[in-house]
Write a protein that binds this ligand. Structure first.
Ligand code: SF4
Ligand code: SF4
Length: 455
């Protein structure tokens, strides 16, 4: 079995453990699967945290991390392609939303999101890539087409078009698709910063991800304003490009999530090439979309990209992590001010933020806004999970995930402002009939003092 991802960190997994029961085929990938100790913790009825949304809505042990491990192990023991790609296993893997809840909460850190990525890579290599998955994967390129905004608007307005989309492509007609902003975030909207190697502590690189670039440029503008108000110079807060093409950089998340792992690697290499000089200069890289930015600390390390990926992983932070880090070092110059227009706020964390613990930084910042009442919604995955929630056959599963805790919490506080930084989470919430959430950057912008003192 030719593996697409680098599983060498599992090389010694199960060594000396007589019960490890590592399948004969699949090399270190099989060892990563076999780290499950069958404790059944992921099948607890009273589960809290994130793990495991697909089990929680189904109560089907086969749809828990441990259940998936069992099916994968059985398939890897046979070295039979038919067993590895059988319909039952494919369905169990398809219903994993790659929330990374198990990576954090399973007592043996089974990383089913990564295992699913390898599984999808194998599946694509074996069966080819269905058109719908190709469209999702190529979204960063498709979004450059100016006609897309009109097409999506028409599709959302006329149910017959949505039904055609469902019949031909399997895109659920039951929900609206996100409409790109009239104008993506523009290069000219920000002042050019002169790169200064003597001033790297105050210079940052803001990585503008595909989703905020095309769908939510207001969040990018807000982040830029926030950082500038604290005296930071934001270098190239625009779609960086390392080559002569004008195609914006993209982290590669859409390729990774749809089994196009070689393409994901290519995108990651473009990112690494473009950021190399900033990393060498010691500048911090920050970003706004959890699934994109955190992939640079997680998935990139499994793409066989060598030391460059390790160096980036040490330098890349989400906005909230950066601000808290600066505050802890007494480098953030001012305190947040009250936001009189907001009385109550509900915070929904993206699963990947919860998986790395960065939601703590968000809470820490919100606590600093005087008088702000906020509550972190105790919820698992919102259900959208990239493209999962808009796929016709997964729509009901996604809604059921939302109804576990997120939607009831939002209904209980109809007047509350909703904050979430995940683009998918924002879409699921809007499609659930709730007000459009703010990105954290947009909220924090409202709490900048009138005359911020900058050191
Ligand atoms: S996946 Fe983790 S929590 Fe579930 S049975 Fe295996 S070791 Fe236990
Ligand atoms: S990644 Fe999430 S959905 Fe997938 S098995 Fe783990 S907890 Fe369940």
């Amino acid at each position: 079995m030719k593996l697409f991802l680098d599983w060498s960190s599992y090389e010694n997994a199960g060594m000396g453990d007589a019960y490890a029961d590592i399948p004969k085929h699949g090399g270190d990938f099989a060892k990563a699967v076999a780290v499950c100790i069958n404790s059944r913790q992921c099948m607890q009825a009273s589960a809290k945290g994130v793990m495991c949304p697909s089990y929680r809505i189904s109560q089907n042990p086969g749809l828990s991390p441990g259940g998936r491990v069992k099916a994968l192990k059985a398939a890897l023991k046979t070295n039979d392609n038919q067993a590895f790609f059988n319909a039952e296993l494919a369905e169990a893997m398809a219903l994993c939303v790659s929330c990374k809840g198990c990576k954090r909460e399973c007592e043996n850190e089974v990383d089913m999101a990564l295992i699913k990525a390898e599984f999808l890579g194998q599946q694509v290599a074996h069966n080819g890539l269905p058109l719908r998955q190709r469209l999702w994967a190529e979204l960063p390129r498709i979004l450059r087409w100016h006609g897309l905004r009109s097409l999506v608007t028409l599709r959302n307005r006329f149910p017959v078009l949505a039904r055609i989309g469902e019949t031909c492509l399997g895109i659920s007609a039951k929900l609206a698709l996100p409409v790109p902003a009239a104008t993506p975030f523009q290069v000219g909207e920000i002042a050019n910063v002169h790169e200064d190697s003597d001033n790297c502590d105050k210079q940052l690189v803001l990585f503008v991800d595909t989703f905020n670039l095309y769908f939510n440029p207001a969040a990018v503008q807000a982040a830029h304003h926030l950082l500038a108000s604290a005296g930071y110079q934001v270098i190239n807060a625009l779609p960086l490009s390392s080559d002569s093409s004008t195609r914006p950089l993209c982290c590669g998340r859409t390729y990774f999530s749809n089994g196009m792992l070689d393409k994901a690697r290519e995108e990651a290499q473009r990112v690494l090439a473009a950021l190399a000089k900033h990393i060498a200069a010691g500048r911090t890289i920050i970003g706004l979309e959890p699934s994109c930015i955190l992939s640079m600390r997680d998935e990139y390390l499994k793409l066989g990209l060598g030391d460059a990926a390790k160096q980036l992983a040490e330098k890349v932070l989400l906005l909230e992590e950066f601000i808290v880090r600066e505050q802890n070092a007494n480098l953030w110059p001012w305190s947040f001010q009250p936001i009189p227009s907001i009385t109550k706020l509900l915070l929904h964390g993206h699963c990947h933020q919860k998986a790395v613990g960065s939601i703590k930084s968000v809470r820490k910042l919100l606590k600093q806004v005087p008088g702000l009442q906020f509550e972190l919604i105790e919820a698992s995955c919102c259900g959208m999970a990239g493209n999962f929630g808009v796929e016709a056959e997964h729509y009901d599963h996604a809604q059921a995930m939302s109804e576990l805790a997120l939607f009831p919490a939002l209904r209980a506080e109809p007047e509350a402002l909703i904050v979430t930084s995940g683009f998918s989470c924002q879409q699921q919430i809007v499609n659930g009939g709730f007000a459009k959430p703010l990105h954290l950057a947009e909220l924090l912008c409202l709490a900048i003092p009138v005359d911020p003192v900058v050191i």
